[in-house]
Design a protein around this ligand. Structure first.
Ligand SMILES: NC(=O)c1ccc[n+]([C@@H]2O[C@H](COP(=O)([O-])OP(=O)(O)OC[C@H]3O[C@@H](n4cnc5c(N)ncnc54)[C@H](O)[C@@H]3O)[C@@H](O)[C@H]2O)c1
Length: 283
């Protein structure tokens, strides 16, 4: 009897393709460390048809072509700060899929001030504008383009990736903290409008520090990620785990979750101190 039950459970698990019949746009896959890369692979595994996009400059690295082949996805280059590029992206995706889109991943972040080591008290304001434009306003632009083209299906799902520096100070995160605050606010505000009009849900996932090109660009990242590991009861969530959470949010299992900032951080955000940290500082 037990054997039969185990068999039924396993076959249920094996065949559960959470995104069967769904179509999605995934931005931000730069290399196989990128969170978006893992999300794209897992969406494909779960039966979704995917379009990949990244900044034209990221295409030059060429690594995204390998992913595109592997999951049989076309690539539409688009600078996420360009409304024209985003229109072409949504238009091209709808033509490719032969219909509207079910889910979108915004996995885009970049700060010239972080890259060039400008201190928060002495920001270059042209670069500051770029940080906000690339890392936050691009979500508004994506949503606004999709809204005007009516490109997302009813009950569609949009997820953007963020970090807890939006709520608490992490000094080396610099002006990216301001960008993430704006990003989370846009998800809430647009989530209201898109939800009321089309039942489209919009959320941000606040991810643990993760070893990627963007992540490692933050000064003192090693110390940062180790501290976070010690301060999280479950340990840091990695990129694969983040991909699982994205798939859950794209799926029909989370239809009434919207306008939320969802911490995916092993408990870090609600932890004051852990035994491991106490022991490190104890006499
Ligand atoms: N790595 C971490 O520790 C961590 C933690 C929390 C949140 N996040 C967020 O996750 C997201 C993905 O970052 P990642 O860690 O996978 O690093 P990543 O460097 O692999 O991805 C960042 C992506 O942004 C793209 N990009 C930059 N400028 C662009 C533009 N103008 N138009 C279109 N795309 C552009 C890059 O080409 C790259 O693919 C970012 O929003 C990041 O802030 C990362």
């Amino acid at each position: 009897m037990n054997v039969v039950i185990i068999f039924v459970q396993n076959s249920l698990h094996m065949s559960s393709k959470l995104l069967e019949g769904k179509t999605g746009i995934i931005s931000g896959a730069l290399n196989d460390k990128s969170i978006a890369w893992k999300v794209a692979e897992l969406c494909h595994f779960h039966g979704a048809k995917v379009v990949l996009t990244n900044a034209p400059i990221a295409m030059r690295m060429g690594e995204i072509n390998g992913l595109a082949e592997k999951i049989n996805a076309p690539i539409f280059p688009a600078d996420a700060t360009s409304e024209q590029d985003l229109q072409n992206l949504f238009q091209g995706s709808m033509e490719h899929f032969g219909g509207k889109i079910d889910f979108v991943l915004h996995s885009i972040g970049m700060s010239p001030n972080v890259r060039k080591g400008r201190h928060y008290t002495d920001l270059n304001y042209e670069w500051y504008k770029q940080t906000l434009d690339v890392s936050a306003m691009s979500l508004h632009k994506m949503l606004s383009v999709a809204w005007k083209m009516d490109a997302i299906n009813d009950w569609g799902s949009v997820v953007a990736l963020t970090y807890i520096a939006a709520q608490r100070i992490f000094p080396d995160y610099n002006d990216m903290a301001d960008a993430k605050s704006l990003l989370e606010s846009i998800a809430r505000s647009f989530g209201y409008h898109y939800g009321s009009a089309k039942k489209v849900r919009i959320n941000t996932i606040s991810q643990s520090p993760t070893v990627t090109t963007a992540g490692s660009g933050v000064k003192g990242f090693d110390g940062f990620i180790n501290y976070s590991e010690l301060m999280s009861p479950l340990g840091n969530a990695d990129a694969e785990a983040c991909a699982n959470y994205c798939v859950a949010l794209f799926s029909d299992l989370t239809k009434y979750v919207t306008m939320q900032n969802l911490f995916h951080d092993g408990g870090f955000s609600n932890t004051g101190v852990t035994q491991a940290v106490v022991e490190k500082f104890g006499s």
